[in-house]
Design a protein around this ligand. Structure first.
Ligand SMILES: Nc1ncnc2c1ncn2[C@@H]1O[C@H](COP(=O)(O)OP(=O)(O)OP(=O)(O)O)[C@@H](O)[C@H]1O
Ligand SMILES: Nc1nc2c(ncn2[C@@H]2O[C@H](COP(=O)(O)O)[C@@H](O)[C@H]2O)c(=O)[nH]1
Length: 184
């Protein structure tokens, strides 16, 4: 039987995690796992498509595999979300902060393929958030958060266990992703 896997896309804010997840979904028919958050939707985001948007009460009622606080908001993902994808797809793809990625590696072992994204110049991250249309106040808060600093580097727990991609040029990034997929 084909082995079910989850591709965990992690890294700093603005590094391109969601863009990579969309690419993998489209090109490799991966199931994009929708996670839960208490933050408010961005202008182009839809409930049930980008996230399940929750409040503190509804978030606490969920049965989650892991949950984290990121820039004063809560985020979490469920085992049910993974299983939903694996019913009809060999591969799931999920976007997580580095804390979540560590949890997935610990809990799922080889079933979790970790891809850590970075950029060669940090100023690119802020530029990308601005270009994405994030509100100035949200960008400032995020860039001053402890989680932003933390997710800039590959955590020691994932050293030797993650594919690292410098996502400066999209064409090079897709070539690297395609190479990873050829090994699976
Ligand atoms: N290689 C690239 N070159 C230029 N722009 C890019 C590249 N990859 C992604 N982007 C753009 O950067 C912006 C941020 O990308 P994306 O939303 O995928 O980041 P993210 O890591 O998911 O961010 P966050 O964690 O804040 O949600 C988007 O507007 C996206 O189109
Ligand atoms: N550990 C988890 N991290 C998650 C989850 N859903 C999203 N995220 C990560 O949170 C930050 C902020 O996301 P944003 O959409 O507000 O920019 C980012 O690093 C996401 O990857 C989750 O369920 N668990």
């Amino acid at each position: 039987m084909e082995k079910k896997k989850v591709f965990v896309i992690t890294g700093a804010t603005g590094s391109g995690k969601t863009t990579v997840a969309r690419y993998l979904k489209k090109k490799y028919d991966m199931f994009k796992v929708i996670t839960h958050t208490t933050r408010t939707p961005r202008s182009n985001e839809k409930d049930g498509v980008d996230y399940y948007f929750e409040n503190r009460d509804s978030m606490q009622k969920l049965h989650l595999l892991e949950q984290v606080e990121y820039d004063h908001h809560w985020y979490g993902s469920s085992l049910e979300g993974l299983k939903q994808g694996w019913r009809n797809h060999q591969f799931d793809v999920i976007v997580l902060d580095t804390k979540g990625a560590i949890t997935y590696k610990e809990k799922l072992g080889d079933q979790a393929v970790i891809i850590f994204l970075t950029v060669s110049h940090l100023k690119k991250l802020a530029e990308r958030l601005k270009a994405r249309g994030d509100l100035k106040k949200a960008i400032t808060s995020r860039l001053n958060s402890a989680e932003y600093e933390r997710d800039l580097t590959l955590p020691p727990e994932l050293k030797g266990k993650a594919h690292v991609i410098v996502n400066d040029r999209w064409k090079e990034t897709t070539a690297k992703l395609d190479r990873i997929l050829r090994q699976k």
